[in-house]
Write a new protein. Structure first.
Length: 129
């Protein structure tokens, strides 16, 4: 989404995979055009090590030790603190939330437990299709 091309072009087809250095991301282009760029993300799958931090002046992917996600309140608080800083530059702001996915994941787990029993292996098999 931030690259503006289809996965077949940038070659990233699943989470937690690095985006190629040759693929320009939106923040790079916007920063070159004079925008302040900031991102506040809520999931390890978007950690800076996967290349999405390129072009962002601020890339807040801070998680608690051992956590793979953070709640929307913490992410929003961090983003709002940044937005409160005054600047005459236009701003490109990306705020990512993981919380909305929690409902879908819990529904899949409940369905699988009902249909397959409580086996984690069975859940993984069903959830991966």
């Amino acid at each position: 989404m931030l690259a503006g091309v289809f996965p077949a072009t940038h070659t990233v087809h699943e989470n937690a995979r690095p985006i190629p250095a040759t693929t320009e991301v939106a923040a790079e282009r916007l920063r070159k055009s004079g925008y302040r760029t900031a991102a506040f993300v809520s999931s390890f799958t978007l950690a800076r090590q996967f290349g999405l931090a390129r072009g962002f002046d601020i890339y807040d992917d801070a998680l608690l030790a051992g956590a793979v996600e953070r709640g929307s309140k913490e992410t929003t608080d961090a983003a709002m603190a940044y937005v409160a800083q005054t600047s005459s530059q236009p701003l490109f702001l990306w705020v990512h939330y993981f919380d909305p996915l929690s409902f879908h994941l819990s529904s899949i787990v409940a369905c699988c437990r009902h249909a397959c029993g409580s086996s984690t292996a069975r859940y993984r098999a069903v959830s991966r299709g």
